[in-house]
Write a protein that binds this ligand. Structure first.
Ligand code: 13P
Ligand code: SF4
Length: 311
């Protein structure tokens, strides 16, 4: 414990020296969440990054989130503790594949909506971005006279279609973490806690979503759990969320949604960041997030459109 206390102190000292702000996603380990200046979902993090006035943004999350921070606030130095912290959704939609798909289907004149879990190269090809927290609002504001192509998460896309009644063509991407929850694994934990409510992330499959009492972004899970009329709540998303929820809804018995193999589920990309790596990146200001100027410029408009449309 003393080393970890020293490490904490060192991080806080470096943060001051570098004039840095530490932003962390809800799936980061508890020790990182506890010393971050802000913890939230992709949408909250994008707003925080946009308004950050520190010199350095130390982004504890995955690569596409740090890249988003750089796009909305390009004057800042953005560091990510582990550059290999990727995302299976991002990997499921390479920019080159989307580019040739759009070329092949140019006659459709698609309005392209990209879930924020994608590379800057994909964002640069889109009309607007969305997150799980604002996807319904963004789709509702899409032009009525154009077909929508929704990339890369087919599960989130299917949920948004149900919510809005708007038909969309879906890219066939998915999050390997949320795909691990099954109808069987969630039914089993429900049987153990028959009075529990179930809250699930929209990246889950339709079969799992149908078992949920509420489907929402990680940040919206907080008021849902705080205001739930029962004590037992089964939380079907990545395990880091439990740390955040236990702090914000301390009176509740929060139960991690299990998979077939495990009592809860980790995103190994999110968990690549550690306190040590956070210390190192504040010290060396490496690895830094950067991208070709033309990609950054093209990705800016759809991101700003999202921030504007979800206010
Ligand atoms: P949220 O924006 O809901 O936090 O989701 C991010 C994510 O990566 C979910 O897997
Ligand atoms: Fe990507 Fe899934 Fe990890 Fe979220 S949980 S960062 S969608 S791989």
């Amino acid at each position: 414990p003393s080393t970890s206390l020293d490490l904490r102190d060192e991080i806080l000292r470096l943060k001051k020296e570098r004039n840095a702000v530490i932003l962390a996603h809800n799936y980061q380990t508890g020790d990182i969440q506890d010393l971050a200046d802000y913890v939230g979902d992709s949408l909250g993090l994008a707003y925080r990054a946009q308004e950050a006035d520190a010199d350095v943004i130390a982004f504890c999350g995955v690569h596409f989130m740090a890249e988003t921070a750089k796009i909305v606030n390009p004057g800042k130095t953005v560091v990510l503790p582990d550059l290999d912290a990727g995302c299976s959704l991002e990997a499921s939609c390479p920019a080159e594949d989307l580019k040739s798909y759009l070329k092949q289907h140019a006659d459709k004149n698609y309005y392209v909506i990209a879930y924020i879990n994608c590379s800057a190269g994909v964002k640069a090809l889109c009309d607007v971005i969305c997150t799980s927290g604002n996807a319904v609002r963004i789709v509702e504001q899409a032009p009525a006279d154009r077909p929508i192509l929704f990339v890369p998460d087919a599960n989130l896309g299917a949920w948004v279609m149900e919510q809005t009644g708007r038909k969309m063509d879906l890219w066939n991407g998915s999050c390997h973490v949320h795909m691990d929850f099954t109808r069987e694994s969630i039914n089993k934990i429900k049987e153990e806690h028959p009075d529990a409510l179930v809250v699930a992330h929209p990246e889950c499959t339709t079969a799992v979503r149908l078992l949920a009492d509420e489907v929402c972004s990680t940040e919206k899970m907080i008021p849902y759990c705080q205001n739930a009329p029962v004590d037992n709540i089964i939380v079907v998303t990545e395990s880091g969320m439990l740390h955040r929820l236990q702090k914000e809804a301390p009176g509740k018995n929060l139960i991690a949604g299990p998979t077939e193999r495990c009592a809860c589920n980790d995103c190994h990309f999110m968990k690549m960041n550690t306190l040590e790596k956070l210390r190192d990146c504040l010290q060396s200001l490496q690895p830094q997030i950067d991208m070709p100027a033309d990609i950054r410029e093209k990705a800016t408009a759809p991101l700003l459109r999202m921030l504007e449309q979800s206010k």
